[in-house]
Ligand binder design. Structure first.
Ligand code: URA
Length: 432
């Protein structure tokens, strides 16, 4: 006869971590399974998450926690595909539209890209929200549709189904409202449980550091990157992380349709140099991870092959890549107050401005103003002229303008003309 007495209880697990102990494999398996099934209450899991935030977890505990979360849901496999797969995950930043040009570029180089993405909450936009500004485009695909598109087009960007690591879905929503998002073991296991369950052959992580990122300090970003690379490697996924700057927003736009427009410029061989630099750096890592070293993605971007895959990828999901994108009802220009050199453009302040204009959500499920957002006409290191446009704000609802302007007020510095200034590098480090 099997015993009906539970192996553990929630209080025992909370106390162990509160008192700086190590959780056993069995305690971790028990608490994750029982939280997902509703046996462990939200308030108990909140207490445990806070104890983990304060006291940490070691490599074994994090690996077991990740494995336990994966086991609460389905695992996908791309092994039946004729091409190898590579995926990328960004920890999120302002103006980060890189997935849009990157997925078709890597596919055009011969590696399949299954990019399961999410919607945005807060000042960093979600990839699906950006693509939904393309008329007709559909984020929800069945697993069969996804596999067929990966085989025929090579790239898919679609909504992650609810079946991948459901424990994470529940825990992430709880962390969001209990001040426990910033725990490195919990961020790492949350991201990697979904990526490992998705079944990609190789993974490149873009770990952002700076004012507009989760990780404000380089030491924390390095620790997060190291933890995720170790988790991926231990699970048999070839994993590399790039640490990249997010003190300045990426490119020249933040906002859904504005970012699609900028991505298409990159695919057409133009676009802002920093977006091109990061797209190519990540593409090279993805190709290397998939064992492809005889194609230069710069050539594939320049000769239009990446654009061909973009058009096919959008059409395969019922979008019209040639249709006009949504445009906001009104614009407002902020002029540079003085001549000089722009020495700082703060990613958080710009992201907040775009969000306040209607480009981001304040709660789950809120409808976005797809044409809303912000363009900046200079990047750190550029010369600016008094009275010339520094920002253009795009919005549908004029009531949103004052608070967006407020967030931009302290968001930049202009030094006197002739000041020597070199912007900080975009690519900070590589962790393998
Ligand atoms: N993204 C995730 O998926 N999980 C986190 O915990 C943080 C960012």
């Amino acid at each position: 006869m099997t015993s009906t007495i539970p192996a553990h209880d929630a209080i025992e697990v909370i106390l162990a971590k509160r008192d700086k102990g190590e959780l056993s494999d069995s305690q971790i398996d028990w608490v994750i399974r029982n939280y997902t099934e509703g046996v462990v209450a939200d308030e108990q899991m909140s207490a445990l998450a806070m104890a983990i935030l304060l006291n940490g977890m070691n490599r074994r505990e994090i690996a077991r926690w990740t494995k336990a979360m994966i086991e609460t849901g389905e695992r996908m496999s791309f092994e039946s595909l004729s091409r190898r797969t590579a995926d990328k995950h960004s920890t999120g930043g302002v103006g980060d539209k890189i997935t849009l040009p990157l997925a078709p570029l890597v596919a055009a180089c011969g590696v399949a890209v299954p990019q399961l993405s999410g919607r945005g909450l807060g000042h960093t936009g979600g990839t699906l929200d950006k693509l939904e500004s393309i008329p007709g485009w559909r984020a929800a695909l069945s697993n069969d549709e996804m596999m067929r598109q990966l085989e025929s087009v090579g790239a898919v960007i679609c909504a992650a189904g609810a079946g991948l690591a459901p424990a994470d879905k529940k825990l992430y929503a709880l962390r969001d409202v209990t001040g426990t998002v910033e725990a490195i073991p919990l961020i790492a296991s949350s991201i990697m449980s979904k990526k490992i369950a998705e079944g990609t052959g190789s993974l490149v992580l873009d770990v952002k550091v700076g004012t507009g990122a989760f990780m404000k300090s380089l030491d924390d970003a390095r620790e997060l990157a190291r933890t995720m690379v170790d988790l991926g490697t231990d699970a048999g996924v070839h994993t590399v992380a790039l640490l990249t700057d997010m003190s300045t927003p990426l490119g020249l736009t933040a906002g859904n349709a504005l970012e699609v427009r900028e991505s298409v410029e990159v695919l057409a061989g133009g676009g802002p140099p920093d977006v091109v630099e990061l797209t190519l750096a990540l593409a090279r890592e993805m190709l290397l991870g998939a064992g492809v070293d005889d194609v230069d993605p710069a050539d594939v971007l320049a000769d239009g092959r990446a654009m061909d895959v973009w058009n096919a990828m959008i059409r395969a999901q019922d979008g019209d890549p040639g249709a006009p994108l949504p445009v906001a009802a009104e614009t407002h220009v902020v002029a540079a107050p003085a001549d000089g050199v722009l020495t700082r453009l703060d990613a958080m302040d710009v992201g907040l401005a775009a969000w306040r204009l209607g480009a981001g959500r304040t709660r789950q499920g809120e409808t976005l103003a797809l044409g809303a957002g912000i363009e900046w006409h200079a990047r750190p290191g550029d010369t600016v002229t008094a009275g010339a446009p520094l920002f253009t704000l795009h919005f549908d609802d004029a009531d949103r303008l004052p608070r967006a302007l407020e967030s931009l007020e302290g968001g930049y510095d202009i030094a006197s003309s002739g000041t020597a200034f070199s912007p900080s590098p975009l690519l900070i480090d590589r962790i393998a």
